[in-house]
Design a protein around this ligand. Structure first.
Ligand SMILES: CC(=O)N[C@H]1[C@@H](OP(=O)(O)OP(=O)(O)OC[C@H]2O[C@@H](n3ccc(=O)[nH]c3=O)[C@H](O)[C@@H]2O)O[C@H](CO)[C@@H](O)[C@@H]1O
Length: 363
């Protein structure tokens, strides 16, 4: 008998592809075969997948983007994608089909429903994306990366978490050193691309801290390339030691060493902060689809692990007060760090594996 087959369907952004890759690796290690159904954009990330994973390219464009001709063509391309997925699945008879969101997950999930195959979705954010929203009621399991997640009535979700990188796992629950009379680290991150709102406000907020506190603070600040010079100059002018870069490759280590994290609320940033367990001030990106970053922040805020500042209420004075509140209260900061840890799911991949194996066993 051949090994059971998992078909993973995921769209073309890192947010969808990374958890899909973590599951692919884990299922291969358990002796399953894995195929990845994705589009041209997703195929660019497929290089990170193990070589054993066969890539099935599907055409599946957004119905809402592009020019008129593209919009007219989109439903036909989606239809062709569904037909191709049907043909593939009739041939392969997968044991489980797992959608990770994005348009390319539409054809595979549609075919799985038509063929009555065991199927699941994983949603990384606290609000369901379009394809996941469409199919949440028609799959056998809804795995949630963020908790709580807004789900349609009658749909039960499983808090699996979002898989994090090995370098984050290595620091899961690393001891937290509460703030005190010694050098303290603030890490400011704005998602994978950096955030202008953080660059406009964090340096001024740090500069406005009471002098005895400011003297002890050093900052690692991720800024967009074009903002690096002015952000560096702002810290210099305030006499604050700061490293300003477009991207830190060693962010897991820096998060582990931080007394406070100031961040956007992208799904992976939230997962990293939770798994390592650090107090945070979260400023959700206000234009994310369905305001999902505010939803992503909810779990940490409700647990008392994070302070939420909507971008509309963000200014240096407000941010400065919140930074001071965390850094001047070591017990409170320690409580926040512990609360963050209680939201973390370092076993996210294993939880996803359990769902796949349970569904595969029923197939
Ligand atoms: C603007 C936008 O729409 N962003 C979306 C995008 O997030 P995006 O991919 O931009 O951001 P995420 O927070 O999900 O991930 C960023 C990752 O980069 C790491 N990091 C960050 C800075 C740095 O210097 N070094 C570093 O390694 C973070 O620790 C994290 O692991 O996809 C996510 C998953 O669907 C969504 O939740 C976000 O809303």
């Amino acid at each position: 008998m051949s090994a059971p087959l998992l078909v993973i369907a995921a769209g073309g952004t890192g947010g969808h592809m990374f958890p899909a890759q973590a599951l692919a690796e884990a299922m291969l290690a358990r002796g399953w075969r894995v195929k990845l159904s994705t589009d041209a954009r997703g195929a660019r990330y497929a290089g990170g997948f193990p070589r054993e994973v066969e890539i099935l390219r599907v055409a599946a464009d957004s119905l809402a983007r592009g020019g008129l001709a593209e919009r007219i063509a989109a439903p036909f391309r989606l239809g062709a994608g569904v037909l191709a997925a049907l043909v593939n699945m009739l041939r392969d008879r997968p044991s489980v089909v797992a959608g990770f969101g994005g348009y390319p997950s539409f054809p595979a999930l549609s075919a799985a429903i038509a063929l009555k195959l065991p199927r699941m979705i994983h949603e990384q954010n606290g609000v369901l994306g379009r394809v996941n929203q469409l199919y949440a009621k028609r799959v056998h399991a809804v795995a949630c990366g963020t908790w709580p997640t807004d789900l349609p009535e009658g749909v039960e979700g499983w808090h699996c978490g979002n898989p994090v990188r090995a370098a984050v796992m290595d620091r899961a629950g690393a001891p937290y050193i509460p703030p005190g009379d010694y050098p303290m680290s603030i890490v400011a991150i704005g998602g994978s691309q950096g955030a202008r709102a953080l660059s406009d406000n964090v340096p001024a907020a740090v500069a406005a801290l009471p002098a005895p506190l400011r003297r002890h603070v050093r900052v690692a600040h991720q800024a967009r390339e074009e903002d690096v010079a002015r952000v560096t100059a702002a810290y210099d002018a305030a006499g604050v030691e700061a490293e300003v870069r477009p991207f830190f490759d060693d962010i897991p280590k820096r998060l582990a060493e931080a007394q406070l994290v100031i961040s956007r609320a992208g799904a992976s940033s939230i997962a990293d902060i939770s798994v390592i367990g650090r107090p945070a001030i979260l400023i959700p990106y206000p234009y994310a689809t369905g305001d999902h970053q505010t939803a992503n922040a909810r779990g940490l805020v409700e647990a008392g692990a994070a302070i939420l500042i909507p971008e509309s209420a963000l200014d240096p004075a407000t941010l400065s007060e919140h930074i001071a509140t965390v850094l001047e209260q070591p017990d409170g900061a320690l409580q926040m760090a512990r609360a963050a840890l209680s939201c973390g799911r370092p076993d996210a991949t294993e939880r996803l594996v359990e769902i796949v194996e349970a569904l595969g066993g029923e197939g």
